[in-house]
Design a protein around this ligand. Structure first.
Ligand code: PGA
Length: 261
């Protein structure tokens, strides 16, 4: 079962997850992080940057693999996930740019890009800790409803809902690409620890379906139920549709201190 931790707000979530990532890097200086874009993970990266500023840590060997990328944005486009990861993660955390991978959304290389990315993840020894957000459609990465639980990195078509949700980053909704390249649910499930963060009531239904709903490709988030080590961090609003909330609170309150998340 996923561990569900209810926190006061996004900043508290960021601190909790950042502490776990810091501990991972302290134990394994060349840890492999699975990076996510979107608004949700930003407090994690901000908290990590503060932690590194307060107590410097050598992160030069840390490696990272991003979940997904838009197809067809020109190189250097500010909303390409390569640019976003550089701006929000690599630069503020002082990571080594060459160690951080983002799938290529260049249309010319698409037929081979998925398999290339999978090989790179395997060569790195797999992802130690995968940060995840969840879309209102229930997507993990850009695996929209219907995605196979065995899927690997490949091209997908974004739903109109996801394009509308991401229109805030672009000049107009029509500018949001229709296609993306994303790690598959099978890729994500290979990571050793999944940490899924969601805040706000807009995510409550997707979180309830992911944690407690039937395991179905119609709810890609429910793939987390097939994974042995999942931590779901939510605020009260995102937790509000969970049926077993009292139990999750009880389990967290009684968690042995040595266990970590
Ligand atoms: P958001 O996106 O963090 O911007 O809400 C999450 C997602 O689409 O996975």
């Amino acid at each position: 079962m996923a561990e569900v931790i209810v926190v006061e707000n996004a900043d508290a979530a960021g601190e909790l997850i950042a502490a776990s990532i810091r501990a991972l890097i302290e134990a394994r200086p060349d840890a492999v992080l699975g990076l996510a874009t979107g608004s949700t993970p930003l407090p994690i990266y901000r908290s990590l940057a503060r932690s590194f500023a307060d107590r410097p840590l050598d992160v030069s060997q840390v490696r990272g693999f991003s979940l997904d990328e838009y197809v067809g944005l020109p190189a250097g486009h500010p909303e390409s996930y390569r640019s976003v990861i550089t701006r929000d993660v690599v630069t503020p955390l002082g990571l080594t740019p060459g160690n951080i991978h983002v799938p290529s959304g260049d249309p010319a290389g698409l037929p081979a890009a998925g398999a290339d990315y999978e090989r790179a993840i395997v060569r790195a020894g797999g992802v130690d800790l995968q940060i995840l957000g969840i879309g209102r459609t229930g997507h993990l990465g850009f695996n929209e409803p219907g995605s196979s639980f065995e899927s690997l990195t490949r091209v997908k078509t974004l739903t109109p809902q996801t394009r509308a949700d991401n229109a805030r980053f672009f000049a107009s909704a029509d500018d949001v690409p229709v296609h993306c390249i994303t790690q598959g649910l099978g890729t994500i499930r290979r990571a050793r620890h999944l940490v899924l963060l969601a805040v706000g009531e807009g995510k409550a239904a997707a979180i309830a379906a992911a944690v407690e709903g039937p395991v179905t490709a119609s709810q890609p988030g429910s793939a987390i139920q097939l994974h042995p080590h999942v931590t779901v961090v939510v605020d009260e609003a995102a937790a509000s549709m969970l049926a077993n909330l009292d139990y999750y609170r009880y389990a967290w309150a009684n968690k042995p201190a040595w266990q970590g998340i």
